[in-house]
Design a protein around this ligand. Structure first.
Ligand SMILES: NC(=O)c1ccc[n+]([C@@H]2O[C@H](COP(=O)([O-])OP(=O)(O)OC[C@H]3O[C@@H](n4cnc5c(N)ncnc54)[C@H](O)[C@@H]3O)[C@@H](O)[C@H]2O)c1
Ligand SMILES: [Zn+2]
Length: 362
């Protein structure tokens, strides 16, 4: 089995590979040895995730017991990072030790932040186990944790030395988590790939069945798109902003529901529709393309309701979004399937019309 290899260019000309193959975790040791990744490897994971993937990894990692952190977004905070430092001390981690972050985006971000800061930085290997982490959070080098005041407020750029993607681990992923990742896949299709959009629209049953011949190329394409974008633009200028498609309204919906109602991807599903509505109303996004987008998002399954949410609060949250520069909300609008434009003149009236189209009331 030769894995797909996508090289990512990080800052200061350092490159790292994303390696992707169905069943790849069974060969993790050889894979990392071939990359000359340090031999002392310490895994960080959570108990529920380790129950699913630990058997494949236990025999391959020098320190056989992983450092465990509690599972879930609510534990993505500095207290957990402190516990991870203690675990790393117990595991006798030293400068040359390699941290393997085995889990979804929460483990990747939290363990990644611990790796970025322990002893001023240990090499990190991302081993993403959710669809969202495989196509998004494990690539790009952003790590960090939440503060009570907001999400991802503390963090660092700490590019991994490698990202090892094995889509077979997704077999145990709950359907809702899998769907949440699929909205991000739709995002990649919308910003960069009409052919990916077509695959999703015509082959969704095979994707949901996690059929390797369909799912593996889908994940590989997403990794390649994200890789291309972050390689050109690691620190979020220009191009990297297109990755925010669907995220301005999406973040607002997450914020007004205090991160309890939506999986992140689900909120992005709504956000892509909001941007689609605005694009259509401006005449930059064709009716047929909008219909295809709505149909694809609908076919991914039901989204949590929004009709009861306060439009005023959602608008306020958008105004406070990080992407507001000089009082203007930067918005990524679709112009066609596979192409976007960034604008900074979206008015409150356009936003409320789009939210109304989702079913929210004034
Ligand atoms: N760093 C970045 O660039 C970036 C980008 C996007 C998102 N994120 C972050 O990612 C986080 C969300 O990540 P997520 O959606 O992966 O959620 P998550 O890490 O909370 O994982 C979701 C759930 O899936 C379970 N799980 C994981 N792998 C499994 C498997 N193989 N089988 C069965 N269950 C499994 C976990 O136990 C967890 O309960 C957020 O904190 C977000 O801020 C970071
Ligand atoms: Zn996202």
């Amino acid at each position: 089995m030769t894995p797909v290899r996508i090289d990512i260019q990080a800052a200061n000309r350092h490159t790292y590979p994303v390696l992707l193959a169905y069943g790849l975790l069974a060969n993790l040791t050889q894979t990392l040895d071939a990359l000359d990744v340090g031999r002392r490897r310490i895994a960080i994971s959570t108990l529920p995730i380790w129950r699913f993937v630990g058997d494949r990894l236990r025999t391959q990692i020098a320190a056989p017991e992983p450092v465990l952190m509690p599972d879930g977004e609510r534990f993505k905070h500095l207290g957990t990072v402190t516990r991870l430092y203690e675990g790393l001390v117990r595991a006798a981690a030293e400068r040359s030790s390699v941290v393997l972050a085995v889990g979804g985006g929460v483990v990747g971000d939290t363990a990644g932040f611990a790796a970025a800061t322990f002893l001023r930085g240990l090499p990190l290997v991302q081993v993403p186990t959710t669809l969202l982490a495989q196509v998004d959070s494990a690539i790009g080098g952003k790590v960090g944790v939440n503060l009570p005041a907001g999400k991802n407020l503390v963090g660092a750029f700490h590019p991994p030395v490698a990202v090892v993607v094995d889509p077979s681990v997704l077999e145990t992923l709950p359907r809702r988590e899998f769907r949440a990742g699929l909205y991000e896949v739709v995002k990649y299709a919308m910003i960069a790939s009409p052919s990916l959009f077509a695959t999703l629209s015509t082959n969704l049953a095979a994707v949901f069945a996690k059929q390797p011949d369909v799912l593996v190329p889908v994940i590989a394409e997403c990794c390649a798109i994200k890789g291309r974008i972050v390689s050109e633009d690691e620190h979020e200028r220009g191009l990297r902003r297109t990755l925010n498609y669907g995220h301005t309204a999406g973040h607002a919906l997450e914020a007004v529901t205090r991160y309890r109602r939506f999986r992140h991807g689900e909120a992005v599903g709504y956000g892509m529709l909001v941007a689609g509505h605005i694009g259509r109303a401006r005449g930059v996004f064709a009716d047929e393309a909008f219909a295809a987008l709505s149909a694809l998002i609908a076919s991914l399954g039901p989204l949590p309701p929004v009709a009861d949410l306060s439009m005023a609060e959602a608008l306020g949250a958008m105004r406070r979004d990080k992407k507001v520069i000089d009082g203007r909300v930067h918005f990524v609008l679709p112009s066609r399937i596979g192409e976007t434009v960034i604008v900074n003149d979206v008015s409150e009236a356009e936003l409320s019309a789009a939210l109304e189209a989702l079913g929210m009331r004034h």
